[in-house]
Design a protein around this ligand. Structure first.
Ligand code: NAD
Length: 363
């Protein structure tokens, strides 16, 4: 199959959807790879590395769309790309159609085969192409928390791990899923005292088994959150209720009881955030302060560590890209549940219920 690797054009998006190592594997399996010029530059992969891996460098996105049977991106196509997508072409990327009616119409009108990373789901409910970014964001949350605890950034000048004779910082992680477990692991590694809250007893049991001794997995309740925010130096918001807006677990009143110069990192901000005072920020202007508490609420955290994120994402997408390219989308969907569940639109029809529900479209 002819597979096109597009350059990301969204602001602050430095990732690329396939590394040269991935291109090499695809080429070895007999596929033809077209890579848009400078597609990997933001992640540290020059065009020369793609050529060495067997790809052809193509000057424009227009040409990539015109010549490829499948195009891959990281983020959704932007308005200027809708007209370039061809009938029957496979578009394999994060799409988040339910959040964007214009894009949904663009995809429908193009009559392409749209396979969305974010809806690919295994039989056990896990989301193989979302997990790598949750790992990145969870780990990064602690780096950001540590940084903004420093005085020059408005923090109250506390080192996460403490030192000999000085107590470590207290980190509260609300939500013990992928993001939360990764945040807790990082904070524990740095020597902080970590409270990790979740509502799911089975999950808490698992976390109690695998986490180090300086992590205390606890049942989440308003009372527990209210007590622990008073002690915390860093609070990480990592809650997700699938299909619903994130609940506001740290209220304005609770915020007033927190230490001045403590830090909130709301990773769940992409679903509305779990602190009442959260609002989305960007990598260029990541923080603001309310009641003396520093808030970090960047909605696309993995973009800041593009190289790691690119490699984590492509490790997860490559097997699926290979399968679709080798078998064609119809057979790949018959054989692999995740790919079938990834189908959001086929030949001008919406094939994912969440998207049809969002806009009252035929399904
Ligand atoms: P997940 O489903 O793996 O984990 C969510 C956890 O929250 C579950 O274990 C669930 O039991 C728990 N939970 C639900 N209600 C709770 C409550 N009241 N108190 C405590 N825990 C509760 O999800 P995830 O992959 O860890 O993602 C978490 C959030 O981070 C999502 O909103 C996701 O979109 C977001 N995210 C953001 C970025 C970013 O760049 N900002 C990157 C990746 C993920």
């Amino acid at each position: 199959m002819i597979v096109g690797i597009l350059k990301e054009i969204k602001t602050e998006e430095h990732r690329v959807c396939m590394t040269p190592a991935g291109v090499e594997v695809m080429c070895q399996r007999g596929h033809t790879l077209l890579v848009e010029r400078n597609a990997g530059a933001g992640s540290g992969f020059p065009d020369a590395a793609y050529v060495e891996a067997g790809a052809e460098i193509v000057a424009t996105a227009k040409e990539v769309y015109a010549r490829s049977e499948m195009v891959m991106h990281v983020k959704e196509p932007l308005a200027q790309e809708y007209g370039l997508i061809r009938e029957g072409q496979i578009v394999f990327t994060y799409l988040h159609l339910a959040a964007d009616e214009e894009l949904t119409k663009g995809i429908i009108n193009s009559k392409c085969i749209a396979i969305a990373y974010e809806t690919m789901q295994r039989a056990d409910g896990s989301l193989p192409l979302l997990t790598p970014m949750s790992e990145v964001a969870g780990r990064m949350a602690i780096q950001q928390g540590a940084k903004y605890l420093e005085m020059e950034h408005g923090g109250h000048g506390v080192l996460l791990g403490g030192v000999t004779g000085v107590a470590p910082a207290v980190v509260l992680v609300i939500g013990g899923g992928e993001v939360g477990a990764n945040a807790a692991k990082m904070a524990c590694g740095l020597g902080a005292k970590v409270y990790l809250l979740d509502m799911n007893l089975d999950r808490l049991r698992y976390l109690s088994d695998i986490m180090p001794k300086n992590c205390f997995p606890l049942m989440s309740s308003p009372a527990t959150v209210r007590e622990l925010v008073k002690q915390a130096d860093v609070v990480v918001g990592a809650v997700l209720i699938p299909g619903a807006k994130t609940p506001k677990l740290v209220t304005k009143d609770m915020l007033k009881t927190m230490k001045k110069g403590s830090v909130l990192v709301d990773v769940a901000i992409d679903q509305g955030g779990c602190f009442e005072t959260s609002k989305p920020t960007t990598h260029t202007d990541p923080i603001y302060t309310v009641d003396g508490v520093v808030h970090y609420c960047v909605a696309n955290m993995p973009g800041a560590v593009a190289k790691t994120s690119t490699m984590a994402l492509t490790n997860a997408t490559l097997p699926y890209a290979l399968e679709i390219a080798t078998k064609g989308w119809k057979q790949a969907m018959r054989d692999t549940l995740e790919i079938k569940r990834g189908a959001n639109a086929v030949d001008g029809k919406i094939t994912f219920k969440g998207v049809s529900d969002a806009f009252g479209l035929a399904y």
